[in-house]
Design a protein around this ligand. Structure first.
Ligand SMILES: Nc1ncnc2c1ncn2[C@@H]1O[C@H](COP(=O)(O)OP(=O)(O)OP(=O)(O)O)[C@@H](O)[C@H]1O
Length: 643
């Protein structure tokens, strides 16, 4: 067992290394760089047009921007801090910038929440752009948290540190837990574990096993005996999903921070919105208006005024001060009232350090998608916890890390993974999955979950038609489809494989019946691990007229890299693996956790297209090829020469 103090100090050093590397990469992309270079680096959109600007619930300034250069790759995603700027004559410089946070990005449209009370006038000067800011605050928060954890000796944090890192054992009570009808036995055991843990419980949820369903049930169950809990996840999108599900169940939830979605259902759960919807908010607004009016009146008196005016001025300003105090008290009361009626506080891991949550200690802190959170970030909400419940799957996406050196030295090992390994009795794996028919599930179950997954009864009905295989691997070996690198992004693509994939998909849709698929509302995911290939798909479908049927599916079709699909499912999934070279180089296809996500998204049909001669140099793909051969789902491209 490693010395945990040394281990934590190493984690802190690795975090600092990552911070440095991230900042270096940012500077390289940013400093002394022209707009066109920044665009090439993917850290700037320019020019763009304002599609919509509106004041959302809670007086949030919401801006929807659309870019004109549609094919440029970029790194913008929800939760990142950005700056909107003007490049118009007379409007350049620091005064003509406003910061904000990205809510979401969909193809060429970005939705932001801007800081401030009103939209700046210069936004309509034309020549607007948006660029990325460096997220210094998150690193600072993670660093100070790691220092606190290292320092903690006594108190709850000191105890949890010992237990989570394996130096002392967690304890469990014998509390009675009555099974919930709607949950399966493994899910009920997970709830029992959460109910009986004194320190920590882990739900290990492989794909489609109802991790989210179980987590929501566990939160509701916990609220029977606890007034308030904190729920966190690494990304804004994951937090929103939980907030939505909790709101659907009628749980009073307060969303702290910036939602990745700006629909009213989510916005209504934010603090700003809850204040604005409070019954005393009208009085607060009236008071604040009066404060402004009295101040204005008081300041109207010019320098040389007489005694009378001086008295009048003082009276007005005193009155303004008194009313301001009343307004502050009323606002504090509204906040207090909102907090009192809240059952679940929800935020990202880093967002749990928000001022609004300062000083609150929670009987339970739930952390979802914990297999994707950096250890330092995961400790942030744990600082507020009596008991910790983590859910996730350490065989799906790991945290994103920029520094190769830090990754190699162990920064990618999450706290979730450490606890699963060091305190096995504190974890429960869910085993019945409701998404994939057995054939699609089988390989992932064998390779990652020791064959412990089981396909639920309902998955027997998951197919497109009786004649349509649910799993296919199409081997492009010998086809001459070669990979190449995109010049600007250095991402890899395989144009011939992309064209074949689309033709094959289109023919399959025709075979099953386009009308039938649309009537059933079966949706399609087109995945490639490589961004350049994703762009190729988009270009081929939406900018050429070669695939009219696919174009007509735009509502039901999602084209994205693997990361965009974590936590989601589609009826039909096509994966284009891209790599095809004589040296057996497979680059980051060797990230098997990422591939596990891709291979476990399909409900009714999974088609994987790749070059076996390149892929088979790797054990994982070798095993996958063996699996599809054994199941009779291997096909060679030579069977489709007419394409
Ligand atoms: N006990 C159950 N009985 C029937 N259906 C269930 C049960 N638990 C979950 N499901 C269904 O299984 C599907 C997947 O559930 P959920 O979204 O909670 O899974 P998940 O583990 O979070 O998935 P992933 O992590 O792969 O995204 C949902 O359609 C859900 O309704």
């Amino acid at each position: 067992m490693p010395n945990i103090q040394e281990e934590l100090k190493t984690s802190l050093k690795l975090l600092q290394l990552e911070w440095k590397e991230d900042l270096e990469q940012y500077k390289k992309k940013f400093l002394y760089t022209s707009i066109s270079d920044k665009k090439e680096q993917g850290v700037c959109w320019y020019p763009l047009q304002i599609k919509k600007s509106k004041i959302g619930l809670g007086d949030r300034l919401i801006l929807e921007l659309e870019r004109f250069d549609t094919n440029q790759s970029h790194v913008f995603q929800s939760g990142k801090s950005v700056s909107v700027f003007s490049n118009a004559d007379g409007f350049q410089g620091h005064d003509f910038r406003v910061n904000g946070v990205i809510n979401f990005v969909k193809r060429d449209v970005m939705t932001l929440t801007l800081q401030g009370n009103e939209f700046p006038d210069w936004l309509h000067s034309g020549k607007i752009g948006v660029d990325l800011l460096f997220d210094e605050a998150s690193y600072r928060e993670m660093e100070s948290t790691m220092k606190s954890v290292i320092k903690a000796e006594k108190g709850r944090l000191g105890e949890l540190k010992q237990i989570l890192l394996g130096e002392s054992l967690p304890t469990f009570s014998q509390k009675v837990y009555a099974d919930t009808q709607e949950l399966n036995p493994a899910q009920n055991q997970a709830l029992r574990l959460i109910n009986q843990c004194d320190d920590v419980a882990i739900i290990h949820g492989p794909p489609g096993t109802g991790k989210t369903t179980t987590l929501i049930a566990a939160i509701q169950n916990t609220l029977r005996t606890n007034r308030q809990v904190l729920v966190c996840a690494p990304s804004n999108a994951a937090v929103d999903l939980l907030v939505e599900k909790l709101a659907d169940k009628g749980v009073s939830t307060l969303r702290i921070g910036h939602p990745a979605r700006v629909d009213d259902k989510i916005l209504a759960q934010t603090l700003d919105a809850k204040i604005a919807l409070h019954e005393s908010y009208k009085d607060l607004k009236k008071l604040r208006k009066s404060v402004d009016e009295y101040r204005k009146l008081g300041r109207k008196y010019k320098r040389n005024f007489g005694h009378e005016e001086r008295v009048q001025r003082k009276r007005l300003l005193d009155e303004a001060t008194r009313m301001k105090e009343d307004a502050d008290n009323l606002e504090n009361y509204i906040m207090y009232d909102v907090f009192q009626t809240t059952q679940v506080f929800a935020s990202t891991l880093v967002g749990s350090s928000n001022q609004a949550l300062r000083g609150i200690q929670f009987p339970y802190v739930f952390i979802d998608e914990a297999g994707q959170g950096l250890e330092a970030a995961t400790w942030i909400p744990i600082m507020k916890a009596d008991k910790v419940v983590m859910t996730g799957d350490h065989f799906q996406l790991p945290p994103t890390i920029k520094s190769y050196e830090a990754t190699k030295a162990g920064l990618s090992e999450t706290l979730f993974e450490k606890v699963i390994k060091r305190q096995p009795e504190a974890s429960k794996m869910l085993t019945v999955q409701y998404r994939m028919p057995e054939k699609i599930m089988g390989f992932s179950s064998k390779f990652f979950y020791k064959n412990n997954l089981e396909a639920a009864e309902n998955t027997r009905l998951h197919f497109l038609s009786e004649d349509e295989h649910v799993l296919e691997f199409i081997d492009t070996a010998g086809s001459g489809f070669g990979e190449h690198q995109e010049k600007e992004s250095l991402s890899t693509l395989n144009a011939e494989e992309a064209k074949f994939t689309l033709k094959y998909l289109e023919n399959m849709l025709k075979r099953v019946g386009i009308g039938k698929i649309k009537t059933e509302g079966w949706n399609i995911g087109l995945i490639s691990p490589y961004r350049a290939q994703v762009r190729k798909f988009q270009e081929l479908i939406f900018e050429s007229y070669d695939y009219p049927n696919l174009r007509s599916f735009s509502e039901l079709l999602t084209i994205d890299s693997i990361d965009g699909f974590q936590g989601q499912e589609r009826d039909i999934i096509f994966i284009s693996l891209v790599r095809s070279n004589a040296n057996g180089e497979i680059g980051f296809l060797s990230d098997t956790r990422r591939m596990n996500v891709a291979l476990t998204r399909a409900k009714r049909k999974l088609v994987v297209i790749g070059d076996s001669s390149t892929l088979s140099s790797n054990d994982f793909y070798n095993a996958f090829l063996g699996y599809v051969e054994e199941k009779g789902d291997y096909k060679s491209i030579y069977e489709f020469l007419e394409y």
